[in-house]
Design a protein around this ligand. Structure first.
Ligand code: ZN
Ligand code: ZN
Length: 205
């Protein structure tokens, strides 16, 4: 790959995260700060392949900033999303073997009752033009506050809870005997002495 493209990739910005995610929000900013902090702690580059692996403990907007900045993506298999409702992420550098778990500090996020109230109205489509503008003003303020905060003020650095996950594998395909569709053999389940696809296993009469 030409050098110039590598450079562009390695310098992805918050604007790139917005372009991927679709909007700017507090969650995206939190994920962005986590990605930059991890990049600094583990000396990470944008992951063209599987050099970087991330396990998230949330499925929130944060995850999209991490995908954008570090190149840990659903399709490459170097992003594992656990929907556990914790703003926590474990980052692994396969090249150095180092890893950190970043957990949002319990005192970092302070809810803003005015914003929470306006969010409900905006989401349900009942906000007036003024209320909607005020909500976006507060949201932009929150984003700016987060983006101007250092990683170590937002996140506690903890030990990873598990070793680095195995690399993604490419599986052989078989034909599911129930539906007749081609399916990765390692994702099949055993039923009645044969391997069948998960859909057929779950919908078996
Ligand atoms: Zn968002
Ligand atoms: Zn099937």
């Amino acid at each position: 790959m030409p050098d110039v493209i590598l450079k562009e990739i390695s310098e992805r910005t918050y604007d790139d995260a917005i372009a991927f995610h679709g909007h700017s929000c507090g969650g995206l900013a939190l994920g962005y700060v986590a990605a930059l902090y991890a990049r600094e702690l583990l000396d990470l580059n944008y992951s063209e392949d599987e050099e970087v692996v991330v396990i998230t403990e949330t499925d929130s907007c944060t995850v999209d900033a991490i995908q954008t900045i570090l190149g840990t993506t659903a399709g490459k298999g170097n992003l594992i999303v656990n929907n556990w409702g914790k703003t926590a992420f474990t980052f692994y550098n396969r090249n150095s073997g180092k890893a950190v778990r970043l957990m949002m500090r319990p005192d970092f996020f302070k809810s803003n009752p005015e914003m929470d109230d306006l969010r409900k109205k905006v989401m349900s489509g009942t906000a007036t033009t003024e209320e909607s503008a005020r909500y976006h003003e507060l949201s932009d303020q929150r984003v700016n506050d987060i983006l101007s905060t250092l990683g170590n003020q937002v996140y506690d650095v903890k030990e990873p809870q598990q070793p680095v996950p195995e690399k993604a594998k490419i599986f052989d395909n078989i034909i599911c005997p129930i539906c007749g569709e081609s399916v990765g053999v390692a994702r099949c389940v055993e039923a009645g002495g044969q391997k069948i696809c998960q859909f057929c296993a779950q919908n078996k009469k």
